[in-house]
Every structure is written in C-alpha cells, then in structure tokens.
Design a protein around this ligand. Structure first.
Ligand code: PAF
Length: 285
C-alpha cells in the first residue's frame, strides 16, 4: 500500500523524507488556493513521475508593496483535500521564516527576459519568483518541475534560470486551463464581482481574435496588436496595461512581419484586479 500524503513544514524533515522518495520526482510549485489549472499540472506530474511534491507558499517577495499579498486568497484545508484526491506524496508548506530567515539578503535574478511585459509593469516580481523557485528546487531536488502556460513569461524566466544555474531539472509547461467562457483560470479571479467577471472574458476574446487572424495568414505584428486592442476597447471595465506580440526567444516585440514563434499576450486591470493571458502562435513554449 502506498503511504498517505505527508504535509511537511520543517526543512530537515523534508530532506529526510525526500531522500527516500522514488524517482523521478516531480515538483508543482504553487501559492495555494488551488484550481483546475493547478490540478492539471499535478495530474501531468502524477502521470510522468514516480513521486509528486506540491509546494504551497504564498511568496511575499514576488508581491510589490502596493500589490495584494495580504488579501491573496488562502484555503489550506481545501487545498489539502484536493491534493489527497490527486495522490500527491508530499506537500511542502514552509513558513515565511523558513524561506526568508532574519537578515535575508540573497537573490536570484534573470537579467534580460525580465525587462519586458510583466517585468516592466512589476520590476521586482520576477526576482522574487526566481529566488523562491530556486529555493524550492534546492529543498525538494526534483527531476521535473511543472508550470502553467498562463504565466508564460514566468515559465520562460524559470527555464532560463534552470539552464543558467545548471539545475538538473526539466521544466515542463502545461496548457492554460480555461472556464467555459474562455477566461483563463487564476486564483485572482475570485476578486472579480459579477460584472467584472463578465467583463474579464474580453482578455481571451482579444487573444482568440488575433490568433484567428494569424491562422488566416495575418503575419504583421502591429496588426495583431491592434486587433487585440480593438477588442479590449469594447469593454468599459477593462483598463489595458499592455498588448504584445513578442519573439518567444527574448520577449522583445516583433516589428513588421512575424518570422518565427510569437507570444501574443496582454495585461488588463478589470476593476482593481490585474489579469494576464496569452496564446502562442507559430510554435510552442
Ligand atoms: O505561479 C505561481 O503560483 C508562483 O509564481 C510560483 C511559481 C509558485 C512561485 O511563487
């Protein structure tokens, strides 16, 4: 009989139990408040790996002071219930004091890929992500780690970091999970009131319009950006931060004709809630 899921909050205990896990070990890093998007990553890990670790840690260093750390949604009891059903082996649920001991001053930074898109809007965000993900890698020593395409720039930044720091870990990016009306699943969707929830469908509608045009043969990057913008502008509750048609290699904007893989992405405030979404055309992540 397989042992029951263990919820671990101490680093020495994690190391001890990790050393006895069957390999390959798959890690799914999360900030909790799990939804179908997370579960799809966990199911993929369960299929591909002998053991699955899920981390739950709301990482303070990836939130700017003006962002939503304090009100970020949390429901550990419900998360654990879901994880048990998915036959997860270990839940790593450290405290902020373990992850960031007093006097903490060490950071992991990916310098260029973080200058555009979300990194431009949120200058300290990716430094927090890459720092915490390296600490999670270090603590759990996985062979594979699973990330969602919804945060495409995060996945690319983590992959770059993994290569640069020689972590022997394969980064696997899984498709965005969507609600029936197209809205990309996100823990932040819970902030939306009913009118905003309805308005939030404009993100995927804008992306799908541009993707449709690409599939019909449109290759001009500016035309695709304009198409996305024209759909977003029809929604009065949407406050656009950016629309982008970027090269997948460096996340710089395509100028003129797209000649390779493009990440079509956008960031929009719907009310007070920051939402992002993307599709990839002409290739994959
Ligand atoms: O995508 C997330 O939930 C977070 O950015 C991650 C990867 C768990 C790091 O805190």
């Amino acid at each position: 009989m397989k042992e029951l899921m263990q919820v671990i909050t101490s680093l020495p205990e994690l190391r001890k139990i990790r050393s006895h896990l069957a390999e390959p070990v798959g890690l799914v890093p999360t900030m909790g408040y799990l939804h179908e998007g997370h579960l799809s990553l966990i199911r993929k890990a369960r299929q591909e790996c002998a053991s699955v670790i899920v981390s739950i840690f709301v990482n303070p260093t990836q939130f700017a002071p003006n962002e939503d750390l304090r009100r970020y949604p949390r429901d550990l009891a419900h998360d654990l219930q879901l994880l048990k059903q998915e036959r997860v082996d270990i839940v790593w649920n450290p405290s902020p004091e373990i992850m960031y001991p007093t006097g903490y001053q060490t950071w992991v930074t990916v310098e260029e890929l973080t200058q555009t898109l979300e990194g431009k809007m949120r200058p300290t965000h990716f430094r927090g992500v890459t720092t915490v993900v390296s600490k999670l890698f270090n603590a759990t020593q996985p062979q594979r780690a699973y990330f969602g395409q919804k945060d495409a720039q995060q996945a690319l930044v983590v992959r770059r970091m993994t290569q640069d720091l020689n972590f022997p870990i394969e980064i696997i990016v899984c498709p965005t999970q969507r609600e029936a009306d197209g809205l990309a699943m996100s823990s932040r969707n819970v902030y939306l009131n009913p009118a905003e929830r309805q308005a939030a469908t404009v993100l995927s509608r804008a992306l799908f319009r541009a993707q449709g045009a690409y599939e019909q043969g449109e290759r001009n990057a500016q035309t695709l950006r304009d198409l996305m913008l024209s759909v977003l502008k029809t929604e009065p509750l949407a406050n656009v931060q950016y629309v982008s048609c970027a090269k997948i290699e460096d996340l710089r904007e395509w100028e003129g004709k797209i000649q390779g893989t493009a990440l079509l992405s956008l960031a929009v405030f719907v009310g007070q809630t920051h939402l992002i979404d993307n599709v990839v055309v002409g290739g994959s992540l």
